[in-house]
Design a protein around this ligand. Structure first.
Ligand SMILES: Nc1ncnc2c1ncn2[C@@H]1O[C@H](COP(=O)(O)OP(=O)(O)O)[C@@H](O)[C@H]1O
Ligand SMILES: [Mg+2]
Length: 271
C-alpha cells in the first residue's frame, strides 16, 4: 500500500463522515421541499383573498378577505417558527424538552400534505416529563417517520401519533403508527441500513428514495441514548416507537463556594 492510502479505519471514518453529510443534505432537501409547498399554498390564499377584497367593495366581503389573509399570515408565521424553532433550543445542544409541543409544532409542516393525501392524523398527547433532546434532531426524526408513513399509505388512511410516559423504564415514548402497506420480514431487518430503500426515487413532493431517512433516525436516537423499534404487518401497517430517557435533575458535586448546582442529564434506558 502506498503511504497516501488511508488505512481501513481511516476509510471507515471518512465514509461515516460522508454518510452523516448525505443524511444532513437529504433532510435539508426534504425540509425545503415541504416548506416551499406549504408556503406556496399560504401565498395562494393571501393573493386570492387580496384580489377578492379589491374586487368587492362591500364591508362584509372586505372583512372576510382580511380575516382569511390574517389567518394565512398567521399560518405562514407558524411554519417559519417550526422551521427556525425560534421559540426553542435549536442549537447543537441537548436541553430539557417538552416532546408534545415539539411534535405539535412540527405537525404544522405536514398538515397540508396529509390532508392532500386524505390521511387522517390522530394525536394522543399524554402528560409527560421532559426529555433531554435536541429539538432540531427530534423534529427531523418525526418528519422522516411521518413522510414514510404518508408514502406507505399512498392515498387515504390513518396515522396515529402518540406521546406517553413509560414509568417502568423512565422514558417518554413517541409512537408513530400508520395503516399503510406494512413491511415484509425480510425487508424489516434492513430498513435502518443506510441506502436501503424500496422506492424508485423521490416522489412528486420531492421526498424519499434515498434510503437515508431511517438510518439517520437511528443515529439521532442513539445520540440521545434512546431506542427506536418497529413492528409491522403486511397489509395492516407499521408502528415505530421511539423511547427517549426522561430528564432528571441530578445533584452535581458542590462547587468551591459550597453551593450545589443541578444539571439535567439523560437517564440510561433500561429496557
Ligand atoms: N411506515 C412505513 N411503512 C412501510 N414501509 C416503510 C415505512 N417506513 C420505512 N419503510 C421502508 O423502509 C425503507 C427505508 O426507509 P428510509 O430509510 O426512510 O428510506 P426512503 O424513505 O428514502 O426509502 C423504505 O424504502 C420502505 O421500504
Ligand atoms: Mg424515508
Amino acid at each position: 500500500m502506498s503511504e497516501t492510502t488511508p488505512d481501513l479505519e481511516q476509510q471507515v471514518a471518512i465514509l461515516k463522515q460522508q454518510l452523516a453529510q448525505a443524511q444532513k443534505m437529504t433532510a435539508l432537501g426534504e425540509l425545503v421541499s415541504t416548506t416551499t409547498h406549504e408556503f406556496n399554498n399560504v401565498l395562494m390564499t393571501i393573493i386570492n383573498y387580496a384580489k377578492l377584497g379589491l374586487r368587492y367593495k362591500d364591508d362584509a366581503s372586505r372583512v372576510k378577505a382580511f380575516e382569511k389573509i390574517l389567518a394565512a399570515g398567521q399560518r405562514a408565521s407558524k411554519i417559519t417558527n417550526s422551521v427556525l424553532g425560534v421559540a426553542r433550543n435549536r442549537s447543537d445542544t441537548f436541553e430539557p424538552t417538552d416532546l408534545c409541543s415539539l411534535v405539535e409544532e412540527s405537525m404544522v409542516l405536514m398538515e397540508r400534505e396529509f390532508s392532500k393525501y386524505r390521511i387522517q392524523v390522530d394525536k394522543q398527547f399524554n402528560k409527560v416529563p421532559e426529555v433531554v433532546a435536541n429539538g432540531n434532531q427530534i423534529q427531523q426524526v418525526l418528519l422522516n417517520l411521518l413522510i414514510n408513513a404518508r408514502q406507505a399509505i399512498k392515498e387515504r388512511g390513518q396515522v396515529l401519533i402518540k406521546v406517553e410516559h413509560d414509568e417502568t423504564n423512565q422514558t417518554v415514548d413517541l409512537v408513530v403508527r400508520d395503516n399503510g402497506a406494512g413491511i415484509p420480514a425480510e425487508k424489516l431487518r434492513k430498513i435502518f441500513d443506510p441506502f436501503f430503500s424500496t422506492k424508485a426515487g423521490p416522489d412528486e413532493t420531492g421526498k424519499g428514495g434515498t434510503g437515508l431517512g431511517l438510518s439517520s433516525c437511528r443515529d439521532i436516537i442513539d445520540a440521545h441514548r434512546g431506542k427506536i423499534r418497529v413492528e409491522s404487518t403486511v397489509g395492516k401497517g407499521t408502528c415505530f416507537t421511539i423511547k427517549l430517557p426522561v430528564a432528571r435533575k441530578q445533584a452535581l458535586r458542590a462547587p468551591v463556594d459550597g453551593q450545589t448546582t443541578t444539571a439535567t442529564v439523560p437517564q440510561s434506558v433500561t429496557s
